[in-house]
Design a protein around this ligand. Structure first.
Ligand SMILES: [Mn+2]
Length: 491
C-alpha cells in the first residue's frame, strides 16, 4: 500500500483547504523520511484546518502505526471511515491496528469488507485469508485449552536421547551444564549466523524454565555499598547490538550483574540469538543476571512481530511452544534495595497498588486485558497529571502525581521502565522519579535513536546513564519473520 499523496482528487475543498493540503504535503515528506513524530505533528495541523478529510486521518493513522500507538491509529482509521465509508485504505488501517492489538475478529471484518468491494484484488484476498487463518487457529487453541489441562512440552521431549550428529562442530553444554566457555563459544557461533544444535537449545529452555519458575513475581535484591548493577531496556532481537553492550560494559559475571528489562524478542530478526544468550547467562549466574518480562514475551505479540516465525523457521513450532511456557515464568518486576522499582511498562490504572500486591500476582499465564499484571507490561508515563487513555490501546498512561503517590505509599525513590524508544536511549521524567531506558539503538534499522543502559551503585542508587550507537548487522531486515500482515512495506 503506497502512502496516500494524491492531491488532484480533492479540488472541492473548503476554504483553508489549500493550507491544509500544504501541511499534508509537508507531513508526507516527513513520513517518507521516517520522521514520524513530525509527520504526526503536521497531519494534526492539517486536521485542525480541515477535519473532514479522510486521507489526513488515514495518513496519520499509518504514522501512529509506525510509532506503535495502536490505540490512536485505530481511532484515526475509524474516523476516516466515518467520513468516507468507501475509503478502502481506511479499512486496511483499521484492520492493521486491530491486528496489532490482538483483535483478530475485528480485523477480519474489515478485510471481509475490502474483499467484498474489490473481489478481484489479489492482495486484499491474501490478507483476508491470512487473517482468517489466525482467527481459526485462535479458536482452535481456545477449544483445546478448555478441553484439558495444557500439558507441558517438557513432558513430551526426550532430550537425553536426542543425538548430536557427527558433522555438528558447534558449542555443546558440558555435562549438561552451561559454562562460561560454552557461552563464549555460543556467542561467537551466533555471530557467524550459525545455528545452535536443537538439543542444546532444548537443554537451555528446560533448565531456565525450572530456574525462572522458582522466582517470585516481584524479585527483590540488595546491592552492597561497593556493588553495581547494569540495567538494560528493550533489545528486540538486535543481537549484534547486544554483543556491543557486552563489549562496552563487560560480559555478565558474578561481579558484573545485569538486569534486562523485557522485550528481548520480536522485530529484530536475531531474536533467537538474543534470547538464548540471555537465558544462557541466567543459567550461568542465576543470582546475578536478571530478566523481567516485557509485553513482547507473549503469544499474541510473537505471532505478529516475528519471534514465532523465527523459531519455526530456525527450529520447530514445538520449540516455540516451550519458549511460550518459559516466558510465562519471567518475573514481572524487580526491587533494588527496597528503593528502586524496575518493570517493563509502568504503573497502574488504579491507585493503591502495593509491592505486596505485586508479590501475589499469579504470573504463569498470558497477560490479561487489564489489571496490575497488564499495566506492569504495557503502561506508559505522560507529562500531565492524572491518567489518560493509552495511545497503544492497552492499559493506561500515568502522570507525575500518580508516580508520586505510588512511590510514597511504597516508600520507594523512583521507578525505572523501558518499553518506549527514546532518541537519547533514555529519558528522565516526573521530576526524576520515572526513568525510561531503551537499549535497541537505531530501532528497527530506522529510528535513528541511541541506545542506553544505566549503572546503579549500592552506595547511592543514583542512576548513571551510558549511551551507545548501533553497530552493523548481517543483511537480514527487521520483521523478516513477522506475519505478512505486519511487515512494514505492507501496512
Ligand atoms: Mn514493550
Amino acid at each position: 500500500m503506497a502512502h496516500d499523496s494524491e492531491t488532484g482528487s480533492e479540488k472541492k475543498m473548503a476554504e483553508g483547504g489549500n493550507d491544509a493540503e500544504l501541511l499534508k504535503e509537508k507531513a508526507n515528506k516527513y513520513f517518507k523520511d521516517k520522521d514520524y513524530e513530525n509527520a504526526i505533528k503536521y497531519y494534526s495541523e492539517a486536521l485542525e484546518l480541515n477535519s473532514s478529510n479522510a486521507i489526513y486521518y488515514s495518513n496519520r493513522s499509518l504514522a501512529y502505526l509506525r510509532t506503535e500507538c495502536y490505540g490512536y491509529a485505530l481511532a484515526d482509521a475509524t474516523k476516516a471511515l466515518e467520513i468516507d465509508k468507501n475509503y478502502i485504505k481506511g479499512y486496511y488501517r483499521r484492520a492493521t491496528s486491530n491486528m496489532a492489538l490482538g483483535k483478530f475478529k475485528a480485523a477480519l471484518k474489515d478485510y471481509e469488507t475490502v474483499v467484498r468491494v474489490r473481489p478481484n484484488d489479489k492482495d486484499a484476498r491474501m490478507k483476508y485469508q491470512e487473517c482468517n487463518k489466525i482467527v481459526k487457529q485462535k479458536a482452535f487453541e481456545r477449544a483445546i485449552a478448555s478441553d484439558e489441562i495444557k500439558k507441558s512440552v517438557v513432558d513430551s521431549l526426550d532430550i537425553e536421547n536426542m543425538t548430536i550428529e557427527d558433522d555438528y562442530d558447534g558449542p555443546k553444554l558440558e555435562d549438561g551444564k552451561v559454562t562460561l566457555t560454552f557461552m563464549k563459544e555460543m556467542m561467537d557461533w551466533f555471530k557467524d549466523q550459525k545455528k545452535l544444535h536443537r538439543k542444546c537449545a532444548y537443554q537451555i529452555l528446560v533448565q531456565v524454565k525450572d530456574v525462572l519458575s522458582k522466582l517470585p513475581s516481584l524479585v527483590e535484591i540488595t546491592l552492597k555499598e561497593a556493588e553495581k548493577i547494569t540495567i538494560c531496556g528493550d533489545t528486540h532481537g538486535q543481537y549484534y547490538d547486544l554483543l556491543n553492550i557486552f563489549k562496552l560494559n563487560g560480559l555478565p559475571s558474578e561481579t558484573n550483574p545485569y538486569l534486562f528489562n523485557g522485550d528481548f524478542v520480536d522485530r529484530g530478526s536475531f531474536s533467537l540469538e538474543v534470547i538464548l544468550t540471555l537465558f544462557g547467562f541466567k543459567l550461568l549466574y542465576p543470582d546475578n543476571f536478571h530478566l523481567l518480562r516485557g509485553n513482547h514475551e507473549t503469544d499474541n505479540m510473537n505471532q505478529m512481530y516475528g519471534f514465532e516465525g523465527e523459531v519455526k523457521a530456525k527450529y520447530t513450532a514445538q520449540m516455540f511452544q516451550l519458549f511460550s511456557e518459559v516466558f510465562q515464568w519471567l518475573p514481572l518486576a524487580q526491587c533494588i534495595n527496597s528503593k528502586v522499582l524496575v518493570m517493563h511498562g509502568g504503573l497502574f490504572s488504579e491507585d493503591g497498588v502495593t509491592l505486596e500486591d505485586l508479590r501475589k500476582i499469579e504470573r504463569n499465564r498470558q497477560p490479561p486485558d487489564s489489571g496490575p499484571m497488564c499495566d506492569l507490561l504495557w503502561s506508559d508515563p505522560q507529562p500531565q497529571n492524572g491518567r489518560s487513555v493509552s495511545k497503544r490501546g492497552v492499559s493506561c498512561q500515568f502522570g507525575p502525581d500518580v508516580t508520586e503517590r505510588f512511590l510514597d505509599q511504597n516508600k520507594l525513590d523512583y521507578i525505572v521502565r523501558s518499553h518506549e524508544v527514546k532518541a537519547e536511549g533514555y529519558e528522565v521524567t516526573h521530576s526524576g522519579k520515572c526513568i525510561t531506558v531503551f537499549s535497541a539503538p537505531n530501532y528497527c534499522d530506522q529510528m535513528g535513536n541511541k541506545g542506553a543502559y544505566i549503572h546503579l551503585r549500592g552506595s547511592d542508587l543514583k542512576p548513571e546513564f551510558h549511551q551507545f550507537t548501533a553497530v552493523p548487522h548481517p543483511n537480514v531486515k527487521p520483521m523478516a519473520y513477522a506475519n505478512t500482515l505486519m511487515q512494514l512495506g505492507m501496512m
